[in-house]
Every structure is written in structure tokens, then in C-alpha cells.
Design a protein around this ligand. Structure first.
Ligand code: FES
Length: 384
């Protein structure tokens, strides 16, 4: 990677605190979703942080001004200290969110977490029916468990937040998915089309919807939203469309090192959940104070500001808006994270996005052909 002037000149950038802290407590997970955002080689991750080490991270984050805290994974429920960490987060004054598959959750835990001060639980589903849901999750009991837990969460008084990852094998269920959410009395529904990192990139041809599928789904969401409004329903639908069908890239993470700080299970601190795949050294909270991680580390300063940008981003009048797009996507698709995100039609690598769109129009990859996220498959990606 070329030397980066932004690392040396960062002192004149106005870097605010990390407002959003994501604690990836573990990569362990009972499910095997083929679009998991965990690293492909997650199975070789070193020991997880201890409870005390996580508490230190939470304290330091709050001292720096972090206000939102997400507990995610893997499946955060496999950590036996989750309730303790929630309690600590509450006493520090965080607004806390648990991002879970619902596997491993019980009514007793739902209530205990509420007592400990958890503000918000987001449950992910794979589809609107048990067959497809369980096939994608790689678990026969997943769908029933999710339904049960979604109901328990609502009864315990949390806002009901449901998340569906949308791809070519469930996009035809859009109406059924929204009806299921309504029957569960959901408050917020995130219909998030796959982002192609990690396992999802491995499976891109088998997951990416065609343009025709996407256009149909967008109409269905818009119509359903109008019906909800007309009926006075408060359920909010958020449809996140794939950037692969855009002409300009997303402002990933709202800019590198601007708001988000992720701590991976082994303590590696990252500006986004995917960044550990980049050829950049990132600090570890076990040996570096969070303040120094955020303000001083070369990893976090690497893509702050715009001094690092080559053309076409450097002279682009939209660079303040999208920051050149996603560094991880640029790296994954071009081999160099300095490049403009190929989603941008000004990128000389945009043809790679066009080729992926074309492949999505003709894909014959079935559900059984996908690479599922599990330890055996992860071992295939071990670096020697
Ligand atoms: Fe890492 Fe976009 S996911 S910068």
C-alpha cells in the first residue's frame, strides 16, 4: 500500500469522538448464513476478550463520548457475560442495542436483559416461511425460535425491530415478509439487501438479485408502505437497496474513522466490521488505549480527510458527499483500497460492477450451491 500523507497530516483534521461503538463479542454462532459479514477465516481468530477487557473498552468509549453501543457477533448470546456487559453499559449511560439471531434467547433472558438496562433488541430473520428460513440459516429450529422470541421481545416492552437480509432467493417473498412483520406488530423493519463482503462476496452470484427482481421488490415495498400509512399503522419499513445498482458509491460508515468504532472479538479495533481484510495494521485494545486507537493510530488515520485520494476522487465535486465510497469494497474488487469504489461510474473498474449485474441476470446458483458460513468452510480460507 502506498505511503499515506493523511497519516502524517491528520493533526489538522477535525476528528470528533466515535459516537457509535460496536462490540463484536464473538464470532461463534449457531447459524451458517451464506452472507455473514464475519471474516472468511473467522475460525482462526485468537481468544476472545474477557469480561473485564470488554468492560474497559466500554468505559473508555463512554469517556471519549460514545453514546450508542451495539452488541453483535457472531451470536452475542453465546457469551455468558452478556447480561453483565449490558448492566455495565447501562450504568455508563449508553443507549444499547442487541443484534441477534434469537437463537439461544429465552423469555427469561429477554426480561433479565430489560432489567439490566438493554434498550433495544434487533432480531434477524432469513425468510417469511420456515423451510426457506431454516435452509438459509442452516438450522432446523431457527424459524420457530425467532417467532417465539420476537413475540417475547414485544411483550417485554422493547421496540420491535426486525431485520431481513434480502437476496435473490427470498426477494420474491417481499409481501409475505412485510405481512409477517405486521402480524408480529413490528415497529421497525429493515429489509437490507445483501452487501457483498466476506461470505456474501464468496456467494455473490448466488445472492445478488437481478435488476428486474429489485425493481419489483421496490414497488412492493412502496405499495405496502402506502397501505400502512393509509391504515394508520405505525410500522416503519426501511428498504436498503444494493449499491451494485447505483452509479455513485455509498458514504460508507459516514466516512472512515468519523463515527464508528468496531472492536472485534479478539480486541482488534477497526473503523468498520470488514476492515481487518485490508493490508493495514490495526491496533488492539489489549495493548492500546481506545483514545489512542481512535485519534493516533495509523490504521484509523489512514483514510481520514481526502489527502489520500487518487483520481477520479481527488478532483470530484462529490467527494465530500461519498468520501470515494467504501475502502473495503475498493480493495475487494480492485486489489487496492486507495482506488475509488468501483460502484462509481467514474471508476475505471466500474466494468466489474456491470459484470456482476450481468451475472445476476443469468445466475443459476441454487441455495444448495452456496458456501455456508461454518468452521469447516472457514478453514478453507486460512492464510498459510
Ligand atoms: Fe469497510 Fe466500507 S465496509 S470501509
Amino acid at each position: 500500500m502506498p505511503s499515506n500523507p493523511a497519516q502524517a497530516s491528520n493533526s489538522n483534521l477535525n476528528v470528533g469522538p466515535p459516537l457509535w461503538l460496536l462490540a463484536e463479542l464473538t464470532y461463534r454462532c449457531p447459524l451458517q448464513c451464506p452472507y455473514c459479514s464475519n471474516p472468511l477465516d473467522f475460525a482462526q481468530t485468537e481468544k476472545e476478550l474477557t469480561t473485564e477487557e470488554w468492560v474497559q473498552v466500554l468505559r473508555q468509549g463512554r469517556e471519549m463520548g460514545a453514546a450508542q453501543l451495539g452488541f453483535s457477533g457472531g451470536e452475542p448470546l453465546v457469551r455468558t457475560d452478556l447480561e453483565e456487559l449490558i448492566g455495565e453499559a447501562r450504568s455508563l449511560g449508553y443507549y444499547t442495542n442487541l443484534i441477534t439471531s434469537g437463537l439461544g434467547l429465552t423469555e427469561a433472558k429477554v426480561n433479565a436483559f430489560a432489567q439490566a438496562g438493554l434498550d433495544h433488541i434487533q432480531v434477524s430473520f432469513q425468510a417469511s416461511d420456515p423451510e426457506l428460513n431454516n435452509a438459509i440459516a442452516g438450522s432446523r429450529k431457527a424459524f420457530d425460535q425467532k417467532l417465539k422470541m420476537a413475540t417475547a421481545i414485544k411483550q417485554a416492552g422493547y421496540p420491535m425491530v426486525l431485520n431481513f437480509v434480502i437476496h435473490r432467493h427470498n426477494i420474491h417473498q417481499m409481501k409475505d415478509i412485510m405481512a409477517l412483520c405486521q402480524s408480529l406488530d413490528a415497529d421497525f423493519v429493515e429489509l437490507a439487501t445483501c452487501q457483498y463482503y466476506g461470505w456474501a462476496l464468496e456467494n455473490r452470484e448466488g445472492l445478488m438479485p437481478s435488476k428486474a427482481q429489485l425493481v419489483k421488490a421496490e414497488h412492493e415495498v412502496n405499495d405496502y408502505r402506502a397501505e400502512l400509512e393509509a391504515s394508520g399503522s405505525a410500522m416503519k419499513l426501511i428498504f436498503v437497496t444494493p449499491d451494485y445498482y447505483e452509479e455513485r458509491p455509498k458514504a460508507c460508515m459516514n466516512g472512515w474513522g468519523s463515527l464508528f468504532l468496531t472492536v472485534a472479538p479478539d480486541g482488534t479495533a477497526l473503523p468498520c466490521h470488514s476492515a481487518r481484510l485490508l493490508p493495514i495494521d490495526f491496533p488492539n485494545v489489549k495493548d492500546t488505549a481506545l483514545k489512542s486507537v481512535w485519534y493516533d493510530s495509523p490504521g484509523f488515520n489512514h483514510y481520514r480527510g481526502d489527502a489520500w485520494m487518487p483520481e477520479p476522487c481527488r478532483s470530484c465535486d462529490e467527494k465530500e458527499k461519498d468520501f470515494g465510497g467504501c475502502r473495503c469494497q475498493a480493495y475487494l474488487l480492485t486489489g487496492n483500497a486507495d482506488n475509488a469504489d468501483p460502484v462509481c461510474s467514474k471508476s475505471s473498474y466500474h466494468d466489474r460492477i456491470l459484470a456482476a449485474r450481468k451475472a445476476a441476470d443469468h445466475s443459476t446458483v441454487g441455495i444448495a450451491d452456496l458456501v455456508y458460513r461454518n468452521s469447516d468452510n472457514s478453514r478453507l480460507f486460512f492464510k498459510s
